[in-house]
Design a binder for this molecule. Structure first.
Ligand SMILES: O=P(O)(O)O[C@H]1O[C@H](CO)[C@@H](O)[C@H]1O
Ligand SMILES: O=c1cc[nH]c(=O)[nH]1
Length: 396
């Protein structure tokens, strides 16, 4: 095929990738700063500090890395397909880019992760203090690469459609938009703020306190978006009021489940933080949810449990073996959003907690398809009231 017409040329035009015939020269140029494309778009001051203190490669370490890469690249390029050649060329650039090298070399911070993950490099856990606004109000400076960790602050939000002033500092988060009006039943002066996609938002007043309710939709991707966007317009505390399946015997539909932490079996949070980074609620919110839940259910036949839950991505891929494994680990219940809620909240310096109503029990035969809806609805109403009273008690 003619050189000018090779597949992959389009990608090369749009990326800072050297052409295959300039590969030799790039390796000589490896100490030159990357002039286009890659740059540290991070606005987090702690990241800037970390990057400036990164030790540079010694020449022997660098030469070994470059040699190893060139060997891989030349093996890949011996392959017949041109698409493999493109991959090889990209790999060369990634390794030879000084900025990339520095990220790879950067010591792992406590919440560190794969430095090649875009979201990780722009939302570093070192930004995880309590002052999210400080990080988010800064805009990207020396780069045209979008810094999503700073995008949209104080604007009307792209997905959830809310703007500053339309929300409280605390938001209750059900998954299902149809549960937002259930929350609104407890409120006065209710305003429907926005409804875009799966995100319905209403704001009203409960016991003198302004409260917002926004539905997250199902799963971690849309939950992370909802939390990020609510935070950009001023929400600082979140209480998920969810539904969830019990994983231990004796948990019955309608019972309340207070989360003490989440096993992260989701994909979204892997883009934010190291797999060992804990997904945990704000301690005070969790304890207050449990206390108020116990007070409210005393003598009602509804039980309150607290413990570690799991967040799964794939409702219908929960195999009997997986359910048995979670059960053996003592995991109390499974739902699909708290992993993202907790990880994003921690990284952004926000507070979060979760109380769920039990929908079913995956280990003792209370199926979702058994007509458990009435008990579940009672559980939702109770959990919503507990979450509202927690917001009031903690002045969230
Ligand atoms: O009822 P919600 O809050 O959506 O919660 C649970 O219900 C959905 C699955 O049926 C998932 O979103 C799960 O987390
Ligand atoms: O609510 C949920 C979430 C995951 N799996 C379930 O069975 N129920």
């Amino acid at each position: 095929m003619d050189r000018a017409a090779r597949p992959g040329d389009r990608a090369r035009r749009h990326r800072p990738v050297p052409s295959a015939d300039r590969r030799e020269r790039r390796s000589d140029d490896r100490d030159q700063p990357s002039s286009r494309g890659f740059s540290s778009a991070s606005t987090c001051p702690s990241v800037a500090a970390a990057e400036s203190s990164v030790p540079t490669f010694t020449s022997s370490e660098r030469d070994r890395a470059v040699l190893a890469t060139q060997t891989i690249v030349s093996r890949l390029n011996a392959q017949p397909t041109s698409s493999t050649r493109v991959v090889a060329t990209l790999a060369t650039t990634r390794v030879l880019s000084p900025w990339r090298r520095q990220l790879i070399e950067r010591p792992r911070s406590p919440g560190g992760g794969d430095p090649d993950r875009g979201a990780f490099s722009s939302v570093p856990p070192t930004c995880g203090g309590r002052s999210m606004t400080a990080d988010l109000t800064k805009t990207s400076s020396a780069s045209s690469i979008v810094d999503k960790s700073a995008a949209g602050v104080d604007a009307r939000q792209y997905h959830i459609g809310v703007a500053p002033g339309e929300v409280s500092s605390v938001a209750l988060l059900p998954g299902d938009p149809f549960r937002v009006p259930m929350i609104a039943e407890f409120l006065t002066d209710v305003v429907e703020v926005a409804h875009q996609r799966e995100h319905l938002t209403m704001t009203g007043t409960y016991k003198g306190r302004r409260i917002t309710a926004t539905s997250t939709g199902m799963g971690c991707p849309s939950t992370a978006i909802a939390v990020e966007e609510l935070a950009r317009v001023g929400v600082t505390s979140f209480i998920r009021v969810g539904s969830s399946a019990g994983l231990q015997p004796g948990i019955k539909p309608g019972d309340l489940l207070v989360s003490e932490g989440t096993l992260r079996n989701d994909g979204t949070t892997a883009a934010y933080a190291h797999h060992g980074f804990p997904a945990v609620p704000d301690l005070e919110i969790a304890l207050t949810l449990r206390r108020i839940a116990e007070e409210r259910t005393a003598g009602t036949g509804t039980s309150v449990f607290s413990g570690i839950n799991a967040s799964d991505d794939a409702f219908y891929a929960e195999t009997p073996a997986w359910i048995a494994e979670l059960n053996a680990l003592g995991i109390l219940n499974v739902e699909m959003e708290s992993s993202a809620l907790y990880v994003v909240a921690r990284l952004r310096g926000l507070r979060a907690g979760m109380i769920c109503a039990t929908s079913s029990n995956l280990v003792d035969g209370a199926s979702l398809y058994d007509g458990t809806k009435d008990a579940l609805k009672d559980g939702w109403m109770r959990s919503i009231e507990v979450a509202l009273d927690t917001a009031v008690a903690l002045e969230l």
